[in-house]
Design a protein around this ligand. Structure first.
Ligand SMILES: CC(C)(COP(=O)(O)OP(=O)(O)OC[C@H]1O[C@@H](n2cnc3c(N)ncnc32)[C@H](O)[C@@H]1OP(=O)(O)O)[C@@H](O)C(=O)NCCC(=O)NCCS
Length: 160
């Protein structure tokens, strides 16, 4: 199961997303518990038209003072399937899905400032760059800066 390898095989999430070893059973347990579709955080597989599994997308409620109308999204494609447009398509499909099936009004994503592929994919999916979170997360031995992107329900749909 690829989900179990995420926390044990750095090659899957390198160069930007490897956060160290973690218990691989945690994700399997979650899968068995609710198929990774929960009230506060969820995961969907990204697959090609022939059902080949190529990665996954995630979303979770954003922190808020009051009721949250916002979610944070994430994505990881397997290395062999990157750079072929699938990330852009997956972001677009996830946005369409979330706006169609929930009442949220804002979708946001953060990514390391050097992660050009993710930033381009987000922009191609209609996200707006909103700023830099200085020292936003610890990865590869350093606190690193993160770019934050947002897309509102009322934003214009991106061109195909
Ligand atoms: C980030 C990720 C989702 C992007 O998806 P992808 O399918 O590889 O990207 P796409 O093929 O849709 O390309 C999107 C844009 O990025 C560019 N791009 C793709 N790979 C790139 C790379 N390695 N370096 C710089 N730009 C790149 C493409 O040219 C395209 O830009 P364009 O529209 O101007 O031509 C994917 O590479 C991935 O899963 N990476 C590992 C995990 C990760 O970094 N997740 C994001 C964490 S926040």
């Amino acid at each position: 199961m690829v989900l179990e390898r995420i926390d044990t095989d750095p090659a899957l999430s390198a160069p930007f997303e490897w956060r160290g070893f973690a218990n691989p059973r945690t994700r399997r347990h979650r899968w068995e518990q609710d198929n990774y579709l929960g009230p506060t955080d969820s995961l969907l597989a990204v697959a090609l038209a022939d059902d080949t599994f190529i990665g996954f997308v995630t979303w979770r409620s954003s922190w808020a003072f009051g009721p949250s109308g916002s979610v944070d999204i994430g994505i990881l494609l397997l290395p062999d399937h990157r750079g072929q447009g699938h990330g852009t398509t997956a972001h677009r499909l996830l946005v369409d899905y979330l706006f169609a099936t929930t009442t949220i009004h804002r979708i946001q994503a953060t990514t390391e400032v050097d992660n050009d592929a993710e930033q381009r994919a987000l922009e191609r999916a209609g996200f707006t760059p909103e700023g830099i979170l200085r020292g936003g997360s610890f990865v590869r031995g350093q606190w690193r800066d993160y770019a934050i992107y947002g897309r509102l329900r009322t934003d214009q749909h991106p061109n195909p």
